[in-house]
Design a protein around this ligand. Structure first.
Ligand code: N01
Length: 487
């Protein structure tokens, strides 16, 4: 039997999930390239104070590695990173993983891929599986004078733990999940927090309770409880996702909940500043049990005047006010449309990924690209589903990829790629469904592409999982000739 040589790029959630699926299906000739020094992807890179997952841990985990020992309903980033690293090691992935190895180029020729790493290594593979995620390239805002700042300037995704924040005046630019978590955590620990808000966010209230030792013991003793909790969370998220993709009762209910939460802000002027002018969930919903309480503290200031420029001593807003700061944090998110870039990817006929995606990232069913044979993506374009956990999506996509690899191993084909027509049809259907989604109801967000339409799957996550777990339709693919047995 032919054994494919496989490269997995990235050792975050989807790379680990893929690696486990490969081993479980008997594939042994694979290498996982990871640019960082450890497992976890975004959970390895992001270490800012207050980092917490906004999906319950009993759902934000792999079904093949249920953890009974989660410490809280919503776990801290470091706990998730440790869980991912432990899962990778428990499944033997350390034998396959090269850390500190960034793949800089992937080029297709002669039915295979040549990868080049930043260290200069060059390797040939039959398949490339991109598990690079989409939250790995920090977005630096286009604000004049950032480099003139004389204090400490840091992006939330590149936190500098050497900086002592005690007694410091800290500015935070951004009001997304990250900015909200940072401000909630820093208030009271530093001299003063100034939050620069360009757009207010709706906040879904929650309670992040800790699990007692007794609860953990019960989950350990009765492992099926983990599965039950997973399914219950899945059902709740299923209802939630109905609100994302269709107008109606769920959307109205969530709007009512976030509005009630906002009313806990007592000061009318502050409440008005915090009130969004768009529907809840249009931007990725922020989940917090502390933010509104914290933003009312006397040592926290919410600045809504737009930023004019940054100078050595702080941030100057459009009204001419200088906000003096010692530390300035850019909680300004990521270039979420980069996916595997800045890696240079070159498919058939020398066509690059940048050229193929000139109008924005387009993929077939979220996992493949026309003109890039034997290249698969996990959590690629159209597979992020707002607040839905990516663990579940990655498991379904890994299963689809394994099914193609098994067919290659059986000698059915040398190369596989979706047709351009199938990819266009898939994208046209998605775009036709976009107007029903909440993401098109009048806000700016990283969900939207260059044409103003969301690049997310516009139906339920379970519909996606059903699609991706079903047998591929042969008419949608171009297959190369069978694999010669000596290959
Ligand atoms: O980034 P964001 P994030 N001047 O893009 C503002 C995941 N995540 O890091 O809204 C002033 O949401 C920008 O303003 P506006 C999660 O998927 C998950 O917070 O564009 N402000 C916005 O307020 C999330 O969605 C967890 O007007 C500027 C903010 O910066 C994704 O990461 C936890 C600006 C960026 O918000 C990204 O979240 C944390 C400028 N020039 C994050 N440029 C979990 O719990 C940008 N902004 C799983």
């Amino acid at each position: 039997m032919n054994e494919p040589r496989i490269a997995v790029i990235g050792a975050g959630i989807s790379g680990i999930c893929m690696g486990v699926a490969l081993r479980r299906n008997g594939f042994r000739h694979f290498t996982i390239y990871e640019k960082a020094a450890g497992y976890g992807g975004t959970w390895h890179a992001n270490t800012y104070p207050g980092l917490t997952c906004d999906v319950p841990s009993r759902y934000y985990q792999f079904t093949f590695a249920m953890n009974p020992d989660w410490s809280r309903l919503y776990s801290a980033g470091s706990e998730i990173r440790d869980y991912l690293a432990a899962t990778a090691r428990a499944h033997g992935l350390h034998e396959h993983t090269i850390f500190g190895a960034e793949v800089t180029a992937a080029e297709f020729a002669d039915d295979g891929w040549t990868l080049t790493t930043s260290g200069g290594a060059v390797e040939r593979f039959d398949f490339v599986l991109c598990a690079t995620g989409f939250l790995h390239r920090p977005r630096r805002p286009d604000i004049a004078g950032l480099d003139d700042f004389a204090g400490v300037l840091v992006h939330s995704a590149r936190w500098d733990h050497g900086v002592d924040l005690t007694g410091r005046r800290v500015g935070v630019i951004g009001t997304g999940s990250t900015g909200t978590q940072l401000v909630s955590e820093l208030a009271g620990r530093v001299a003063r927090v100034v939050m620069f808000q360009r757009t207010p966010q709706w906040i879904l209230p929650t309670v992040n309770r800790a699990y007692s030792d007794l609860t953990k013991g019960v989950y350990r003793r009765f492992p099926r409880l983990g599965g039950l909790a997973y399914r219950m969370n899945r059902a709740v998220f299923g209802i939630f996702s109905r609100g994302l993709t269709h107008p109606g009762r769920v959307r109205r209910l969530i709007q009512w909940v976030v509005l009630r939460n906002l009313r806990t802000v007592r000061d009318e002027t502050l409440r008005a500043k915090l009130t969004p002018d768009y529907q809840a969930m249009c931007k990725r919903l922020v989940v917090s049990d502390r933010f509104y309480e914290v933003v009312q503290r006397p040592d926290v200031e919410l600045v809504t005047e737009s930023i004019d420029h940054v100078q050595d001593s702080g941030v100057v807003t459009a009204d001419g006010t200088l906000h003096e700061l010692d530390v300035l944090v850019l909680a300004t998110g990521f270039d979420s449309h980069a996916y595997m870039r800045p890696m240079t990817v070159t498919g058939t006929a020398g066509r690059t990924l940048d050229a193929a995606w000139a109008a924005g990232p387009r993929a077939f069913e979220g996992v493949m690209l026309p003109g890039f044979p034997n290249l698969f993506m996990l959590i690629g374009p159209h597979s992020p589903f707002a607040n839905h956990p990516l663990t579940a999506v990655a498991e379904a996509q890994a299963a689809r990829i394994v099914s193609w690899l098994c067919r290659w191993r059986a000698g059915e084909f040398t190369t596989v790629a979706p047709t351009a027509a199938a990819t266009d049809r898939f994208n046209a259907r998605m775009r036709a469904a976009a107007p029903d989604t909440v993401w098109t109801t009048g806000c700016q967000s990283w969900y939207l592409g260059k044409d103003g339409l969301p690049e997310l799957w516009p139906w339920s996550p379970s519909a996606y999982e059903k699609l991706i777990r079903s047998a591929p339709d042969p008419v949608d693919y171009e297959l190369g000739p069978p694999v010669p047995s000596e290959k």
